[in-house]
Design a protein around this ligand. Structure first.
Ligand SMILES: [Zn+2]
Length: 249
């Protein structure tokens, strides 16, 4: 009954925006350097905690060690878009979804086919020279031995993602805020109401319906109008059955 009702609300939403949590990229097979079993093993392997390596200070001071980690653990584990991502793409194609806002780094919604995605923490696919601004794709980053350098400037290429210690792009925050300000329905996937993504973005949302899908329970869940517990890749296709043919592909 309730799910039928929520499906109908999604169908009838005039402007639905999705806040996509980082756990959804782990579901696709990517590393979350902040929380995952095996982080201790990574610390043993690299001699530093992943959170320490994945920082702007480490990038600047020890680029060789930074890129050892970054290439092996991040760029070689880009995952595959799962049914959650495919359903989002179909929702956008159908005109049901206006924007995805995320902090994940692997461009999974884009790779599934979403067009309007605000990647607050950037993307591993967009790298640039900090001096001349030239862009480099992920292939260049991976194929270069050791530290990938700009051929012109001979300085290390900056990964296109926010490292710990980086400020979030104010232009991207403004884009996300503008999308949220227009939304009447908010779909939160793979995170609770107090994750940084949601708590930072929620003030911009003035709509009337919040649907939350998350694997674990959290005290703040009551702030959502409807909550479903489980992986977004399992729940979202139920909330939007029209994507069935897209996800079986
Ligand atoms: Zn350059």
């Amino acid at each position: 009954m309730e799910m039928t009702y929520v499906r109908k609300r999604i169908e009838e939403a005039s402007n639905l925006v999705c806040l996509l949590g980082i756990s959804t990229s782990m579901d696709c097979g990517c590393l979350n350097y902040r929380q995952e079993d095996g982080l201790y093993d990574l610390e043993q392997k690299y001699g530093h905690a992943p959170e320490e390596i994945f920082s702007s200070v480490f990038f600047s001071t020890r680029p060789q060690q930074f890129f050892d980690f970054y290439k092996t653990e991040i760029l070689k584990r880009t995952g595959m878009p799962d049914d959650c991502m495919k359903t989002l793409a179909r929702m956008e194609t159908d005109g049901r979804l206006k924007a995805v806002i995320t902090r994940e780094l692997f461009s999974l919604p884009r790779r599934a086919g979403c067009q309007n995605v605000v990647e607050l923490h950037g993307s591993i696919y967009e790298n640039h020279c900090p001096r001349c601004g030239k862009a480099f794709d992920i292939g260049y980053m991976l194929e270069t031995d050791g530290v990938p350098l700009c051929p012109e400037c001979k300085v290390p290429i900056r990964p296109g993602v926010n490292l710990i210690g980086d400020r979030m792009s104010s232009a991207r925050i403004a884009m996300a805020a503008a999308e949220l300000a227009k939304a009447d329905t908010l779909l939160i996937l793979g995170g609770h109401m107090e994750t940084p993504l949601v708590s930072n973005m929620l003030p911009y949302f003035h709509g009337n319906l919040v649907i939350l899908v998350n694997e674990s329970k959290h005290l703040s869940d009551r702030m959502a109008d409807f909550t479903y517990y489980g992986k977004p890749r399992d729940i979202l296709p139920q909330l939007y059955p029209a994507a069935a043919d897209a996800i079986s592909a």
